[in-house]
Structures are given as structure tokens and as C-alpha cells.
Design a protein around this ligand. Structure first.
Ligand SMILES: [Mg+2]
Length: 180
């Protein structure tokens, strides 16, 4: 069970992901979690650095799709403002939304990476489909109330996961502090 929760790579932020290295691995598309990965949970504004990162990812030849369990207009609005496709109400870790996003981008699991902040939705869902999974720490400490409970379990698993991650992939640390 635990191996399905281990990300292939850890990055201290979305901006810190080595996009060129992903391309060298044959990655052609990124599935991006929204809340606490691209934007702080519940945020309406787009972080200043995000459009530049989206542009950089595209410049590296990566196709992008947001895949979020969020089902609000807000998620769609943010995706539109960023000019990125989005699958909302994706029900990760279930595969339907992730598969739908890959179909839209015309990409196969072996050439797709998933970036997210949660082990039990993003990383588990990505690993089950054979995607290259990248874990980032949550942008904000604010989140959905039930997510807070999940985080307790996640902290336990994370201490085990840390020991299993390849040394080159960085070490999961504390959540990014900031906008909350
Ligand atoms: Mg998230």
C-alpha cells in the first residue's frame, strides 16, 4: 500500500520543479492540482509568479491541464484566467478525471507527470495510473476541514515515505508559509 503513496519526486515549490529534467524523462504533459498547489486554498487571485511559470512550462513543450476535485466556478475561472484547460470535480484518487485530462491533452501515462500537494488524492491517483508524480508542499495552511484530518494521516505516512524517496528527489519539509 505504502508504495502507491510515494511520489517519484519532491519539489519545494511548483517553481522549483526542474522542467527540463521532466522533458529529458520523456514527460510531455503535466496534470496540475489547483488548490494549495497552484494557488492557496480558496484564493481568488492568481499568485504573481504563476503565469510566468505556466509560460515557462509551455516553452519547455509541456501541455498542461488542471485536474481538481474542486467543483466551483472559482476553479473554472482561475483556469480560464491562466489559459489552461481544466477538469473539475475530478474525484482524485479515482482515475476518471485524470484519464479525461490525459485524453484532452492526447498524452499517455508514461509521458505524463502529475503535480500535487496531497498524498491520498494527487500522488495516490497519479501512481495508480502510472504517472510520474511530483509532490509539492501545500501553499497555505488553510484547507477544506476534512483535509485537515487527512493531513494527520498524511504526516504519519510522510515520515515513512521520506525514507523511501530517492535521495536525488529532495526531502519533504514543512509546508510553505505565506498567504494565510
Ligand atoms: Mg491540493
Amino acid at each position: 500500500m505504502l508504495r502507491w503513496l510515494v511520489p517519484r519526486e519532491y519539489a519545494p515549490s511548483v517553481q522549483a520543479i526542474d522542467l527540463a529534467a521532466l522533458r529529458r524523462r520523456g514527460i510531455e504533459a503535466l496534470l496540475l492540482d489547483l488548490d494549495n498547489t497552484l494557488v492557496p486554498w480558496g484564493a481568488r487571485e492568481i499568485p504573481e509568479a504563476l503565469p510566468g511559470w505556466i509560460a515557462a512550462a509551455r516553452a519547455h513543450g509541456l501541455r498542461l491541464c488542471i485536474v481538481t476535485n474542486n467543483f466551483t466556478r472559482r476553479a473554472e475561472r482561475i483556469a480560464r484566467a491562466l489559459g489552461v484547460e481544466a477538469v473539475t470535480a475530478a474525484a482524485k484518487p479515482a482515475s476518471l478525471g485524470l484519464r479525461g485530462a490525459m485524453r484532452r491533452l492526447g498524452t499517455a501515462p508514461a509521458s505524463t507527470a502529475l503535480v500535487g500537494d496531497q498524498l491520498f488524492t494527487d500522488i495516490l491517483g497519479g501512481n495508480l495510473l502510472g504517472l510520474y508524480t511530483v509532490l509539492v508542499p501545500p501553499l497555505s495552511r488553510r484547507e477544506f476541514p476534512t483535509t485537515r484530518l487527512v493531513r494527520l494521516a498524511e504526516a504519519l505516512v510522510m515520515s515513512l515515505v521520506r525514507r523511501r524517496m530517492p535521495a536525488s528527489s529532495g526531502t519533504p519539509g514543512a509546508p510553505r508559509r505565506g498567504s494565510s
